[in-house]
Design a protein around this ligand. Structure first.
Ligand code: SAM
Length: 239
């Protein structure tokens, strides 16, 4: 199985049109607001001598932070253009990056065979995946963890839709970074509240800890405040 051609082209087109400027993607916030606090939630459960794989790593901003906390960090993304961004941005060569579709079960299994049990970080991938692909993405998390790995997964909740609508309600419509997301046919926050935990459990994952949070964006509301999107996080173990 594979993602649809439309979905693949949406992401490839988005990343092809994105410059290397940090923060140009609306979700590309500084790790001090994202991977650092998320790591604090994961680290008490994780074996840091195992690698960490950042699933849907985009331009690798968070992967580079994860490389400072884990023995080895690998970022994977569906989009070739995203992986090129990530490699260019990693001037210290602290992480490894490769193109991989999480919906391609053979490719995920091959990665697991190569690196063994691994920790996983996944930020904002399921919420916008096509509905038929979401169980497979959750399955990829389970496949990679094996017995020893632990995962941190954080996904936008439907409450984000109201915040995005409010962000788009200024006299000029959606701010530029948000408009670009919609122009490429990407569909944020389309998973329901119960869908994500249900998918994770159905993939054989155990929820060790969970909570509500907000994902800081790099774009502003009409009143000038930062866009923070409601989300839910999970720390997970296999089996
Ligand atoms: C909203 S962005 C988040 C990027 C990154 N996780 C972050 O927090 O900065 C979602 C990312 O997931 C990637 N993605 C979407 N579906 C994927 C799939 N099936 N396999 C691998 N990557 C995927 C997209 O290309 C995009 O870079």
């Amino acid at each position: 199985m594979d993602v649809s051609q439309r979905y693949r082209e949406a992401w490839e087109g988005y990343w092809r049109e994105t410059s290397d400027t940090p923060g140009e993607a609306i979700w590309d916030s500084d790790p001090s607001l994202t991977a650092r606090p998320h790591s604090e939630l994961l680290l008490p459960y994780a074996d840091l001598s195992l690698p960490v794989v950042d699933l849907g790593c985009g331009n690798g901003t968070q992967t580079r932070y994860l490389a400072t906390r884990f023995a080895r960090a690998i970022g994977v993304d569906l989009s070739h253009a995203a992986i090129e961004h990530a490699r260019r941005a990693d001037t210290a060569k602290s992480a490894e990056f490769e193109q991989l579709d999480l919906v391609d079960r053979d490719a995920v299994r091959a990665l697991r065979d190569r690196i063994g049990d691994t920790n996983v970080y996944m930020r904002a991938v399921i919420h916008q995946s096509e509905p038929r692909d979401r169980p497979v993405v959750a399955g990829a998390v389970a496949e990679l963890l094996g017995e020893r790995g632990r995962a941190f997964v954080v996904e936008l909740t439907p409450a984000s839709k109201a915040v995005l609508q409010q962000a788009a309600s200024g006299p000029d419509g959606p701010p530029a970074k948000l408009r670009r997301v919609f122009d490429h046919g990407l569909k944020p926050a389309s998973a329901t509240d119960e869908e994500v935990p249900t998918l994770l459990r159905a993939a054989g994952l155990t929820i060790l800890a969970t909570g509500d949070t907000a994902l800081a964006q790099t774009e502003r509301m009409p009143d000038g405040s930062r866009i923070d999107l409601p989300a839910r996080w999970f720390v997970l173990a296999g089996g």
